[in-house]
Each structure stands twice: as C-alpha cells, then as structure tokens.
Design a protein. Structure first.
Ligand code: HGY
Ligand code: MN
Ligand code: MN
Ligand code: MN
Length: 412
C-alpha cells in the first residue's frame, strides 16, 4: 500500500466546506477514520485491537519490548490535513515498506491511533494517551462534556464502545519498548534548516486554563455605564494583558476559544467563558505567566464588578526526549536522506534536532518509555488551519526515515 493511496483514501473524511477538517472524537467523521484504520491494518496483515480507552492498535507480531509508532486522527476545528494523520499514514506506509523488503522484526511492531489528541471536543488534550498512562482520572474523563453537554462516556457508548472500562492500562504500557511519533512540523524551523525531516529534542511545558467572567446581563440602551457589570470588558483587558505578560516573559498565551451568554446584540453579557492556552520554554516561566494573567483578570474584575474564576484543565510538564534515542535517530534520518534531494542534512550528516511548542501523545508516553519524534517540513509553517502543508517529496522522505528507524529498532 503506497503512501499516496493511503493518503488519498483518508483525505476526504471530515473535510468541511472551508477546506479545513472537523474530525472530532466519536463523531461520524471519527468513526470513518477509525474504519479506515481497521481496513488499512487488515490490508497489511496486521492484528487490530481497540484498548479500554478507545485507542486503536495494529500489531505485526506479539509479545513485549514492542516498537510502536503512530499518532492521532482527530483534528482541531477547521484544522489542517496533516496534524496527526501524516503520522498514522506514514506509519502504515513504513510498515508496508518493511514488509515489502522482507524485513523480519525481532520484536513486535505496532501502529497506534490515539483518541482525542487535540482535546477539541472534550477539552483535555492527549486524552487517549493520558488515560493509557494513568495521567487522567477515568471518572473525570467519563464526565467531561462537549459544548452540547454530551459526556465522553455517552459519546463513546454512542459510537459503539464501552466507556465502562476506561483507565490506566499498565500491562499494555509495559509491552511498549520504544515509541516513535512522526508529525508534520507546526512551525518554520525545518524550512530554515533546509531539511525535509528533523528529530525532536523537547516539548515546551504547556497547559489549558478555563476562565469564567461572571457579570450581569442588562439592557444595552438604558443601563448607565456606572451601573454595568460587563464581563466583556474584563475579558478584553485579560486578553490584552495576557499577550503583554507572555511577550515580556518569552512565553505564549492565547485565548482562541470563547463563549458568551446570552450572546445578544442589545444586551450586556452575563457570562464569558474563555480558554487560555499558554506555553513557555520552562515550567517556572509558564507558572509565572499564568499567575500574572490570573491576577490581572481578578484585579480588572474587581473594577468591573465581575467575578473571575480560573480552573486548570490540563497541564503538561516539560518533555525532554530520550537523548540516546534522539541522537541515534538523527544519525539514521541523516543517512536515509536521498542524496542531492530536498533532505539537506547537517555537516556531520545528521538530521536537525529541534524543540517544539506543540503538544503530542509522544510527550505523554515519554514519561514511561523511551520516546522520540520525527518532524516533516511544513513549507507554510501554518498548523491548526487549512494552510498546513507538507510536500509530496517531503512526505516520502518522512516515510523512508521512519522505515529505517523502525527497521533499526525492531531488528536490534
Ligand atoms: O495543541 C497542540 O499543541 C497539538 O498540536 N496537539
Ligand atoms: Mn494539533
Ligand atoms: Mn498532532
Ligand atoms: Mn427592548
């Protein structure tokens, strides 16, 4: 099965009129993605399993010390085609390439599709891998609600899976010897190096916080300014302050999701709910920035007669990927780069090594097993939007790199 064929089979699933993707967990688009996973795995002669948390696995062989690769198939609202699917499609294409060239693995190989990596429907990112590793309380996960009020448990049950068994899966985790996730690069670092494929060094600490600004609804035409308790004002001041504090600290702070009640043109809002996504190179910096934003929101709320409450939704500490694995992958990826092609490697022949501000299931797994990531160049540097891209030659370079990494790890 060629990369191109696999890619084009998956491409139409969940594509919105905007050209972006809406592949939210447990929706019909997700079910189609999951069926594609099963059909593709079976086509390659792999054994398919769904774990207690809804993650899908496709096994070549059985036993312990497995080499596992994969990513996720869900998307952000109007996301790009590559974030997640490039990793899953490349994993299947790499396994297909190893089979075609008669490689006999000495340990099992598996492809995984982790559910709800983006947290786009239920709020907590990397939920499938966090459940697997025990990083999320299953009772909390079951009760998470989507914007329509549907719980994770209800949605999973409606998709035909049993949410009753949710939770840590230590025996499955113990079977994983190494995890490697290939992902489209979500910035312009590789464009600047001129290389098609790079290796990850670290993931910035990051998290999500839910802010509620509670004021009082009232008439837009008759309520004197002095009598207003307008949460929009507090929210607006918080957005500007967050940007300022983050810029001063060398961090990032984004309010990209907001809901307003009652959402009427001629009524002062009663409630604004907004989600802060913040990331920084160091945990201490991240903590400080979020504290500053919380404090300035509260201070402004006092002036506006608005009550501000802040709830941490998810926090991910800094991830430093396994150094030995990272360096051996950089050497392998450098060596697999086609001569004179788009894959320019560094002077010592190794692929570039780069940190990222984006979160991944690999980051969650790295606390438990030796883990590495490969990034494929994204010429637009855009991600979480329809312009996200990776050129066909770079995608194939990614598959070649992943295939040589898997072969190396599985035949050691
Ligand atoms: O949001 C993120 O960092 C990732 O793309 N899931
Ligand atoms: Mn993403
Ligand atoms: Mn992703
Ligand atoms: Mn009226």
């Amino acid at each position: 099965m060629s990369f191109e064929q696999l890619w084009s089979d998956l491409l139409p699933v969940g594509r919105a009129d905007s050209g972006g993707y809406r592949r939210f967990s447990w929706t019909p688009a997700d079910t189609e993605c999951r069926s594609w996973f099963v059909d593709t795995a079976r086509g390659l002669g792999l054994d398919v399993e769904t774990d207690r948390n809804g993650n899908q696995w496709a096994w070549w062989g059985s036993g312990d010390d497995a080499v596992v690769t994969g990513s996720h198939l869900d998307s952000v609202p109007d996301g790009g085609a590559f974030d997640g699917p490039l990793g899953v499609v490349s994993s299947f294409a790499a396994v297909g390439a190893l089979k075609a060239r008669g490689v006999v693995p000495r340990r099992p190989l598996a492809v995984v599709n982790f559910v709800e990596e983006e947290g786009a429907r239920f709020g907590v990112p990397c939920l499938g891998s966090r459940l697997l590793t025990g990083a999320v309380d299953p009772a909390r996960a079951r009760a998470l609600r989507d914007p329509a009020g549907v719980t994770w448990a209800e949605a999973m049950d409606a998709a035909g899976l049993d949410a009753g068994g949710l939770g840590a899966d230590p025996s499955r985790l113990a079977r994983i010897g190494t995890f490697v996730e290939l992902h489209v690069e979500q910035g312009r670092a590789l464009v600047d190096t001129g290389a098609a494929v790079g290796v990850a060094s670290a993931i910035w600490p990051h998290g999500r916080w839910r802010f509620e600004f509670a004021g009082a609804a009232n008439h837009a035409g008759t309520t004197r300014l002095a009598d207003r308790r307008d949460p929009m004002l507090t929210f607006a001041a918080t957005v500007l302050g967050a940007r300022e504090q983050a810029a001063l600290a060398g961090a990032l702070a984004t309010f990209g999701r907001v809901t307003v009640e009652p959402n009427g043109t001629n009524a002062i809002a009663s409630l604004v709910r907004a989600w802060l996504d913040s990331r920084a190179p160091e945990s201490a910096v991240l903590d400080r920035v979020v504290e500053q934003i919380t404090a300035l929101a509260a201070e402004r709320g006092d002036r506006d007669g608005v009550t501000v409450t802040v709830t941490a939704e998810s926090e991910t500490p800094i991830v430093e990927f396994d150094g030995g694995l990272r360096d051996s992958l950089a050497a392998l990826v450098g060596a697999s780069a086609p001569e004179g092609a788009c894959s320019v490697v560094r002077a010592d022949g190794t692929a570039p090594i780069l940190p990222t501000g984006a979160g991944h299931d690999a980051g969650v797994l790295s606390a438990h097993v030796p883990t590495a990531m490969l990034f494929v160049r994204n010429p637009t540097g855009v991600s979480h939007a329809p312009d996200e891209h990776a050129g066909p030659d770079d995608c194939l370079a990614g598959v070649d790199a992943l295939a040589s990494v898997l072969e190396h790890l599985a035949t050691r």
